[in-house]
Design a binder for this molecule. Structure first.
Ligand code: SAM
Length: 280
């Protein structure tokens, strides 16, 4: 699985070039694009097509080649194959057939955008592309936002405005968004602003609506009190696995600084819920 540049050809890795030169075949999402890429580096094309619409037949061909002892590099149009790109099915099938599957890491729009987003947290939720229709899109955003982590999306130019509108509707205008566009290319832009200002920023210049986008929405701010309650509940849950409610509440209060009486009441409720659970 060989990563290729997002735009700037200087981002190809030495190992990617060595592998692309050495393999017997290259399975490519777009054979014309990959042939151009190979030609740029003075490599001959040995491409066959493996894309979303022929992933099964393409995978069968790839397995056939591997079973003959030939080597295959899989590349997508740009970035890392398998990330919102074909590749997952093939990897699973190749591994199931006993072949070694090796990552040749390199550029990805996901990591490139995250690296300049300036997030304080280390975690994030990546969900690839959002649904094309507004209703399901809003539901998806709402669902992902429950994780309380920054959310990262890929987006296409014809849906960028609508997605920003739905992100604002669900997350509120005060939340910050990072719009990372045309990364590593001539018109690269990384813009951070509150969601309330994002649509106006996009509309202010028609060129901003062109190209490829990654959107990163900062995590929702949880009121400190809610965060403390959550922590106490987590500790209580764990303590209840070993202790009766009164002692679990006492321990949780000690650890988290929460109120013992409240935690005891909660412990009783949790215990009751547990005893009413139907076994799996
Ligand atoms: N597998 C690829 C990767 O690792 O980056 C992503 C493939 S996905 C089909 C294509 C999407 O990635 C685009 O619609 C866009 O959201 C994002 N993308 C790709 N290149 C980009 C770039 N240069 N700048 C910003 N986003 C990019």
């Amino acid at each position: 699985m060989v990563a290729t540049p997002l735009g700037n050809l200087g981002d190809i890795t030495r190992r990617a070039l060595d592998i692309l030169a050495a393999v017997d075949h290259v399975a490519a999402e777009d054979t014309r694009d990959t042939t151009r890429l190979l030609a740029h580096f003075g490599l001959v094309s040995k491409c066959f097509a493996l894309h979303r619409h022929n992933e099964r037949t393409g995978a069968a061909k790839l397995l056939e080649l591997l079973s003959r002892g030939e080597s295959v590099a899989l590349v997508s149009d740009a970035g890392t194959p398998g990330i919102s790109d074909p590749g997952g099915l093939v990897v699973a099938a190749a591994r199931a057939a006993g072949h070694r599957v090796v990552p040749v890491p390199g550029p990805s729009a996901l990591t490139a955008a995250l690296s300049v987003a300036g997030l304080a947290e280390t975690g994030f939720v990546f969900a690839g592309f959002l649904p094309p229709k507004s209703g399901p899109r809003r539901n998806r955003i709402q669902e992902l936002d429950l994780a309380g982590l920054p959310m990262v999306f890929y987006e296409a130019p014809h849906r960028i405005a609508a997605s920003l509108a739905d992100l604002e509707a669900v997350c509120g205008g005060a939340r910050a968004v990072v719009v990372a566009r045309e990364l590593t290319k001539l018109f690269e832009e990384v813009h951070r602003c509150p969601l309330a200002e994002a649509q106006a920023w996009l509309a202010a210049d028609r060129n901003r609506q062109r190209g490829e986008f990654v959107l990163i929405v900062e995590a929702r701010a949880e009121p400190a009190a809610t965060a403390r309650t959550r922590e106490a509940e987590t500790v209580l849950h764990l303590a209840l696995e070993e202790l009766p409610p009164a002692r679990a509440a006492k321990l949780a209060a000690k650890i988290t600084g929460g109120r013992r009486e409240e935690l005891y009441e909660l412990a009783l409720k949790l215990n009751e819920a547990k005893t009413h659970q139907t076994p799996p």
